[in-house]
Design a binder for this molecule. Structure first.
Ligand SMILES: Nc1ncnc2c1ncn2[C@@H]1O[C@H](COP(=O)(O)OP(=O)(O)OP(=O)(O)O)[C@@H](O)[C@H]1O
Ligand SMILES: [Mg+2]
Length: 501
C-alpha cells in the first residue's frame, strides 16, 4: 500500500464522490467530528465459554505431537487452561487488577514454538491469530498494525466480537522489536511497537474499523446515509491472551554475563563451563530481557516465561517416527496425491535426522532434507506406473542413482505387463536378463521397455507356436532374441516329431 489517506482526507474524498454521484443534498457522515453515540464496547450478553479442558488433558494432547520441551508443555497447558477456565467465573469481569498470564516463549529456531501454539489453538477452539513482529518494524510502525491483529480475531471468530474478546493472539519474532541500543532510527519505532503492544496486552478498546480500511469506512458512511446513526464497534482486549515468541539470538550471552558477574569470587568461569551449551536460557530473568532491548513495562506484561531447548539428533529421529509427524505425513500425502504409497526405513530416518541436525535449524531442517532427497522422485514417479516405493538408506545416500534403478525396474515391469496384455503370455526376465536389458538400453539410448518391445517383437507369435503360456527369459534371449526363439521352436518341433513316432 503506497499511500494510505488519513481519515480526514478519506472522508473528504468520499464526500466529494457522494456529492458527484447523488447531488449536494446527500449528506455525508463525519464520524469523528460529530460526537455521534459510539456506545459501549459491546452490549451483547457475556459469551458463554464452553471450556472445560484441564491442564493435564491439554498436556497429554501436546505430548502426542511434540517431542521434548516438557517444561514448556507443562507451562503452556497449565496457564492457558487456567486463563480460559477463570473466565468462566461469574465475576470474571469485575475483579480489579486481574493479572493476565500472557506468555513469552524463548527458544532457537525450529524447536516447536509455533507448532505448540497452533496445536493448542486447534485443540481449545478459541479464535486464534498469528502475527509477525517483523511486519511492524518493517513498515516503520503504522498505528493500525498491531491493532489489526485484534481485528483479525473478529474475522477468525466469524464476526463475533464476543468470541474474539476471548481469543489468543500469537506474535512471533518478538525479539525483532527489541531496541538494540546502538541505532537511533529503528529503535524509536521498535520501542513504539512495544508501547502499542503493551496497551493491547493490558486492556484497551480497538475499533473494529481500521482507519485505513477503505471498505469499512465506506460501509459506515453508507450506514449513516440509511440510518442517520453511526454504530461504532469496539473490541476489548482485557481477556485476550497474548503469547509472544522469539529465538532471541544473543540473549544467552547476556544471561551468561550476569551469572558470571554474580558468581565472581566463586571461580565463576570454571562453574559456568559446566553449563551445557544451550541451557543458559533456563536461567533467563526479566532483567535479561530488559537488557536485550525491551521496555521494563513490556516485560512486566509477560509474567509467564517458557524456554524451549535445542533438539538432539535423537529428538529429530523421534519427531520423524512419531505417528503424528507432519513431516512424514506431509511427504506421504504429497505422493498419495498421485496414488503412490511411500514407506520409510528406520535406517533412512536416522540418516535424515542426522543430516537435518547438521543444518542447525531444528526440526525445520527435516522438511528441507526430505525435500532434497525426494524432489526428483516426486517429479518422475507420477509418470510411471510405480504405485509404491520404500525410502531406504540407499535412497537417502544416493537418491539419483536409486531413482534411476527404480525407473528402469519399472520400465521392465511395464514391458512385461504390456507383453502379457497384448499376447496373453507371461514374460518374466530373470535377474541377469534384466541387467543385460538395462545395459543394452543405456548403450542404445532407448528406454528398457522400448528396447524390450523391439527385441521381443516376434515372441508373441513365436511363443504361441510352441504353445507356451509363460516364459522366464534368460540373458541369452536378450543378447540374441531371434536365435533364442528359433531354438525354442526347433526344440518344440523335434519333441513333436519324437512324440508322433
Ligand atoms: N519438539 C517438536 N516436536 C515435534 N515436531 C516439532 C518440534 N519442533 C518442531 N517441530 C516440527 O518442526 C516444524 C517447525 O517448528 P516450529 O514452527 O514450531 O518452529 P519455531 O520454534 O516456531 O521456530 P522459529 O523460531 O523459526 O519460528 C513444526 O511444524 C513441526 O512439524
Ligand atoms: Mg515460529
Amino acid at each position: 500500500m503506497a499511500n494510505i489517506p488519513n481519515l480526514g482526507d478519506l472522508q473528504k474524498e468520499l464526500k466529494e464522490f457522494f456529492a458527484q454521484k447523488y447531488g449536494q443534498n446527500v449528506t455525508f457522515a463525519q464520524p469523528e467530528a460529530e460526537g455521534t453515540d459510539a456506545g459501549p464496547a459491546t452490549t451483547e450478553q457475556p459469551v458463554n465459554i464452553q471450556f472445560d479442558l484441564k491442564p493435564e488433558e491439554l498436556e497429554a494432547y501436546l505430548n502426542e505431537y511434540v517431542i521434548r520441551q516438557d517444561e514448556t508443555k507443562e507451562i503452556l497447558a497449565t496457564k492457558i487452561c487456567t486463563h480460559f477456565n477463570r473466565l468462566k467465573l461469574p465475576d470474571a469481569d469485575e475483579v480489579v487488577g486481574n493479572i493476565k498470564n500472557n506468555i513469552i516463549l524463548i527458544g532457537p529456531t525450529g524447536v516447536g514454538k509455533t507448532y505448540l501454539i497452533k496445536l493448542i489453538a486447534k485443540k481449545i477452539g478459541v479464535p486464534f491469530v498469528k502475527g509477525d513482529a517483523t511486519k511492524f518494524s518493517e513498515t516503520g510502525y503504522v498505528g493500525g498494525d498491531v491493532e489489526d491483529l485484534v481485528r483479525a480475531l473478529v474475522h477468525e471468530a466469524k464476526g463475533s466480537i464476543q468470541l474474539a474478546q476471548y481469543g489468543i493472539i500469537y506474535i512471533d519474532e518478538i525479539d525483532k522489536i527489541a531496541a538494540s541500543g546502538t541505532v537511533i532510527g529503528p529503535d524509536v519505532s521498535r520501542t513504539g511497537v512495544q508501547r502499542n503492544l503493551l496497551k493491547l496486552m493490558e486492556e484497551t478498546e480497538v475499533d473494529l474499523q481500521a482507519p485505513h480500511d477503505l471498505a469499512s469506512q465506506m460501509e459506515s458512511a453508507l450506514q449513516f446515509q440509511r440510518t442517520g446513526k453511526i454504530e461504532r464497534k469496539r473490541i476489548n482486549t482485557k481477556h485476550i491472551l497474548f503469547i509472544v515468541s522469539g529465538a532471541f539470538a544473543g540473549l544467552e550471552d547476556i544471561i551468561k554475563q550476569r551469572l558470571n558477574q554474580q558468581r565472581i569470587g566463586f571461580s565463576a568461569v570454571d562453574r559456568s563451563s559446566h553449563v551445557e551449551n544451550g541451557s543458559w536460557l533456563r536461567h533467563v530473568k526479566a532483567e535479561d530481557l530488559i537488557q536485550y532491548g525491551f521496555e521494563s513495562e513490556f516485560v512486566g506484561r509477560l509474567p509467564v516465561v517458557a524456554v524451549l531447548h535445542p533438539l538432539s539428533k535423537d529428538d529429530l529421529y523421534q519427531i520423524l517416527t512419531n505417528p503424528n509427524s507432519p513431516v512424514i505425513i506431509g511427504k506421504k500425502r504429497d505422493f498419495q496425491a498421485y496414488g503412490i504409497t511411500v514407506d520409510f526405513d528406520a535406517a533412512a530416518l536416522r540418516l535424515i535426522a542426522e543430516r537435518a541436525y547438521d543444518e542447525k535449524t531444528g526440526a525445520r531442517g527435516l522438511v528441507g532434507v526430505c525435500e532434497k532427497i525426494l524432489m526428483r522422485y516426486e517429479k518422475k514417479l507420477p509418470s510411471t506406473d510405480i504405485a509404491q516405493f520404500r525410502v531406504t538408506r540407499a535412497v537417502v545416500e544416493h537418491p539419483n542413482q536409486e531413482l534411476d534403478r527404480l525407473l528402469t525396474e519399472a520400465a521392465i515391469a511395464r514391458f512385461e505387463s504390456r507383453f502379457q496384455s497384448d499376447n496373453g503370455i507371461r514374460l518374466a526376465l530373470d535377474p541377469e536378463a534384466r541387467a543385460a536389458l538395462i545395459d543394452a538400453a543405456r548403450a542404445s539410448g532407448k528406454t528398457p521397455d522400448a528396447l524390450g518391445r523391439e527385441l521381443f517383437k516376434d515372441y508373441g507369435h513365436g511363443l504361441k507356436l510352441v504353445q507356451l503360456e509363460a516364459l522366464t527369459v534368460p540373458k541369452a534371449a536378450v543378447e540374441d532374441p531371434v536365435g533364442y526363439l528359433n531354438r525354442l521352436i526347433r526344440e518344440f518341433y523335434e519333441k513333436q516329431k519324437d512324440g508322433s513316432r
